[in-house]
Design a protein around this ligand. Structure first.
Ligand code: SF4
Length: 454
């Protein structure tokens, strides 16, 4: 369907992506580690036998800096760092194992980065072996990895396949050589093709591509070509992300000329062109930048209402207990979040003392848990039932926002349920923000301050 450009521009305001609720800016530094450990143990015992345990492992090293990158990474060409990092991550896993009353039933493992395929196949095998030997692997496990098309070798793919990995996500971003030059990510189409075809030949059942719109030097003809070349390789899923320009936190972004960035209007046109080509080619728009072919599990999960959203974006995650290992990783145990130290040096230092490397986090109260559920329902299912218990808060903070959205035909709502309309699907973040009590209360405080000032 066509999206009204006026609405796009009206709702083109900074809104969280809701990969967590409450969102990271609300979290506190100096997390109470003892409380985190206690809650971790309790939630583990509640979840493990029931739904299993998910692991995210952050592998931070990259051989060269892509200037647009906002990830937590360490640039080095010294592969001697691999062993030390694996040892630290394995030690962190051991510390968490001591908090578990029984062997974890591993339902999911995701290796993210950085560049996980910076590590040699044998070191990845060492890492996974040392994790799974202290666990039970669920018969219907889902193991996935983020691969760089330039350095994912056949040996990587075979080793990972033998370890049980069936999903791979390649960072493609843009096939245009001029864009690649400016973002310092020279990645010939041939490498993407080879890595994709080899993964399929070896037996990976899902190949995902990450693409980005809004990069420097991107043009409409350029994005058309990138999408056409992507369609030709037929990835099962595509995440078509918006580039976030935050040079004050991502210093690499200062390395290109800001004049090369598309304007807000041009960026919107790049997105619309990409979306049009993808949907015409048979990809389904799941929402919030994710597209999938109808045979893919992400699409099936979207259809049957089991889609989930976490720090990796939309997932088919089947557990609500996610442990993050490695520098800067985030754990989400349903009622609390914790993030590991972001500096490699500090991460090693704390692990060496046999302490958990968490430094920041958030413990959800009952209200957070209830409103997180509303946001997840809106984002993953497109509707939510309302619990009458929450009506007083909803009436004060959320319903006025929903009423504005209703006027623009983005939602239908009453005091029992909220339903996202087909136009509303393109504004899911804005709709979710109506249930973000931290945001709404902040807005109210600002309003009060402003009215006192005039
Ligand atoms: S985009 Fe990926 S490969 Fe490039 S620097 Fe960032 S994490 Fe490393």
């Amino acid at each position: 369907m066509n999206i009204d450009p006026i609405m796009l521009s009206k709702y083109n305001v900074p809104v969280p992506r809701y990969t967590s609720y409450p969102t990271v800016p609300v979290w506190k530094e100096g997390i109470d580690t003892e409380r985190w450990k206690r809650m971790f143990s309790e939630e583990f015992s509640k979840n493990n036998l029931h739904t299993g345990t998910s692991l995210y492992i952050h592998l931070p090293f990259c051989e060269s800096l892509c200037t647009y990158c906002g990830c937590n990474k360490k640039i080095t060409s010294n592969h001697g760092v691999e062993k030390e990092y694996i040892e630290a991550t394995t030690n962190e896993w051991r510390l968490y194992r001591q908090l578990m009353s029984e062997p974890p039933i591993l339902r999911e493992i995701h290796l993210g980065g950085g560049t996980p395929t910076f590590f040699s196949p044998s070191n990845l095998e060492l890492l996974i072996d040392s994790i799974v030997k202290r666990a039970i692997v669920h018969p219907h496990r889902e193991f996935s990895i983020e691969g760089h098309p330039n350095n994912t070798t056949k040996n990587h793919l075979t080793t990972l396949y033998d370890l049980g990995f069936r999903r791979i996500s390649y960072g493609v971003q843009d096939h245009d050589p001029e864009v690649q030059r400016v973002i310092n990510r020279i990645q010939p189409l041939e490498n993407v093709r080879r890595a994709t075809e080899e993964a399929r030949e070896i037996g990976f059942k899902s190949v995902n591509f990450d693409l980005i719109y809004g990069l420097p030097k991107q043009t409409i003809p350029g994005i058309e070509k990138t999408i056409e070349q992507t369609i030709e390789l037929k990835p099962d899923r595509i995440a078509f992300y918006s580039y976030a320009h935050v040079p004050w936190t991502s210093r690499g972004q200062r390395l290109f000329d800001e004049h090369d960035l598309p304007s807000a209007q041009e960026k919107l046109e790049l997105y619309l062109k990409g979306k049009e080509l993808l949907t015409t080619a048979g990809y389904i728009d799941i929402g919030m930048d994710h597209f999938a072919l109808p045979g893919d599990d992400l699409y099936k999960a979207w259809l049957n209402g089991t889609l989930h959203r976490n720090f990796m974006g939309y997932t088919t995650q089947r557990t609500s207990f996610l442990l993050g290992l490695g520098v800067s990783s985030i754990s989400d145990i349903g009622v609390a979040f914790a993030q590991n130290r972001k500096s490699l040096h500090e991460y090693y230092e704390v692990i060496d003392k046999s302490e958990l490397p968490v430094f920041k986090g958030y413990f959800l109260n009952e209200e957070d848990v209830a409103f997180r559920k509303y946001i997840l329902n809106i984002i993953c299912k497109g509707f939510t039932k309302i619990d009458p218990v929450d009506l007083p808060v909803l009436r004060e903070l959320c319903f006025p926002e929903l009423e504005k959205l209703k006027k623009d035909e983005l939602v239908e709502w009453n005091e029992k349920e909220v339903i996202v309309t087909s136009s509303g699907r393109h504004f899911i973040r804005n709709i979710s923000s109506a249930f973000d009590l931290h945001l709404q209360r902040n807005k109210q405080e600002v309003k009060t301050l402003f009215s006192k000032a005039i």
